[in-house]
Design a protein around this ligand. Structure first.
Ligand SMILES: [Fe+2]
Ligand SMILES: [Fe+2]
Length: 307
């Protein structure tokens, strides 16, 4: 089966291409099992607690992703049923991650914990967001830092069960990043096409979205400090490396998807030793690239044809 190479870039594929990918992934998704036959031995209770904190944060991200995707699907159905179906299948993938994480947390000897004050406030604010473009932009940024975190953690993880859990998350979130670029592009186009309220309304909306991009950029980079306090004893990623990686990926993604018109602050990037022009020119060889997303989707096809 060949897919149309719409406009060259992977994230510029049409909705039908994404839908075909998501359907193919869904066919086999629930058959993939976690191998939790061996108990995980931690070096110390501190490391174990940090692992539980790490996967609790992952759990909350999945839970939020699932409900936002399904809520959006219901809304989008009125103007683009095909895109709505993509959102529904995407939410299902997050729901599957959530169920894997529930089991995995139990295997770690932990459980799903109530959210802390800061995390709770954060997700409540996000859950109250109403406009589709706001939700999709925020979600795309969450997916970007999620896949960055998992990839960095995977580089250091040694236990097979931890590696398997992180591999599944890394692989799938890497597919979700360009998928959310597509959602954002389509949502922006829809809002632009609506035209209600005129040019002034449109520019106010755009300013609000820009402000959200910069606010979330700073908040997510700063969140790496709080996550270091809770999870570093498990994932061993130093603050400097994680915060720099967040800044790099949140910047490069949007610099490459130029038509979305979100431009990171060069002053903020300089704090992390990053140069905006150099990022715009450099290729992202990590799992958050579109090419990697295609590999992630193809992986499902390879498994299917191997039977
Ligand atoms: Fe996920
Ligand atoms: Fe995701």
């Amino acid at each position: 089966m060949t897919h149309p190479q719409a406009n060259g870039k992977g994230s510029r594929r049409p909705t039908s291409w994404w839908l075909a990918m998501l359907r193919r992934r869904a066919e086999r998704m629930y058959e993939e099992e976690l191998d939790i036959s061996e108990p995980i031995r931690f070096a110390s209770p501190v490391e174990r607690d940090a692992a539980v904190a790490f996967f609790n944060a992952a759990y909350r991200a999945e839970e939020s992703g699932l409900s936002q995707a399904h809520d959006l699907a219901a809304e989008v159905a009125s103007w683009d049923p095909e895109l709505a179906e993509c959102l529904r299948l995407y939410g299902d993938e997050e729901g599957w991650h959530r169920s894997l994480l529930t089991r995995f947390l139990a295997h770690l000897g932990g459980e799903v914990k109530p959210m802390g004050r800061v995390t709770g406030t954060f997700y409540k604010a996000y859950a109250r967001a109403e406009r589709a473009d706001t939700i999709v932009l925020a979600n795309l940024m969450f997916e970007t830092i999620g896949s960055t975190t998992y990839r960095l953690a995977l580089r250091r993880a040694t236990h097979p069960a931890v590696r398997q859990m992180l591999t599944i998350l890394t692989r799938d979130e890497s597919f979700h990043v360009p998928l959310n670029v597509h959602f954002l592009r389509e949502t922006l186009r829809h809002h632009a096409g609506e035209g209600g309220g005129g040019a002034l309304r449109a520019s106010v909306d755009r300013l609000r979205l820009d402000a959200l991009y910069h606010l979330l950029f700073a908040a997510l980079v700063a969140s790496s400090a709080a996550s270091r306090r809770r999870a570093q004893a498990f994932d061993h990623i130093p603050f400097r490396e994680l915060s720099t990686a967040y800044a790099e990926h949140l910047a490069r993604l949007f610099l490459h998807e130029r038509d979305l018109r979100f431009v990171p602050s060069s002053a903020l990037l300089r704090v992390f030793g990053l140069d905006r022009d150099a990022l715009a020119r450099s290729e992202d060889l990590s799992v958050v690239s579109v090419e990697a997303a295609e590999r992630a989707a193809d992986r499902a096809r390879v498994t299917v044809s191997a039977l």
